[in-house]
Ligand binder design. Sequence first.
Ligand code: COA
Length: 180
Amino acid sequence: MDVRPATPADRSAIRAVHKAAFGRAHEADIAEALREAGDERISLVASEGDVLVGHVVLSEGRLGDAPVLCLGPIGVVPDRRHSGIGAALMRAALAEAAGSDAGLVVLVGHPAYYPRFGFERARLLGLESEWDVDEPWMALRLPRYDPALRGLVLFPAAFGRRRSSWATRVFSAWRGRTRV
Ligand SMILES: CC(C)(COP(=O)(O)OP(=O)(O)OC[C@H]1O[C@@H](n2cnc3c(N)ncnc32)[C@H](O)[C@@H]1OP(=O)(O)O)[C@@H](O)C(=O)NCCC(=O)NCCS
């Protein structure tokens, strides 16, 4: 399994990965809209030979005047899960994020999965999200982190606007599951 930057030739395979991973088109649409809007900053694929088995994207959000990296979607095809592909994508993406001009990576995700990569509850850092979520709202401090980075984080438009039901729907899909 290799992790490498996505190329334009990966476009349809990335779409297929997210559709398989989430069981619907919504996250594939977000990944595509991020790329089309030019908001994508880090986009990595996991491949086994010619077959794509995972993808992660980090896009640029704002915290006042400061850039913030928004992680997601991340997806691994169902039949290749639990073999470290998600972790390999996360580690490679976060290593690249550490060299960026952003001080934070933020996400809305499962509170049981992301802390192992260094994510903590974003509210404890004084960060607010556009959505009504608490525990799933998480942040990772990068080398350029400054405690003055506080306030409302605006995600790229592809995620939908304030109080949209996206985060609520994503998180409710996880509820009751120990694994995805
Ligand atoms: C989340 C996801 C990317 C992880 O990919 P993966 O390749 O299986 O991850 P890894 O093999 O590195 O890690 C697996 C471990 O993560 C943990 N884990 C995975 N999904 C989890 C979840 N939803 N909640 C809590 N822990 C989870 C488990 O501890 C698992 O350990 P195990 O294999 O011993 O059971 C994958 O499950 C996926 O695509 N899920 C559907 C899409 C999704 O929900 N994406 C995240 C939201 S943007």
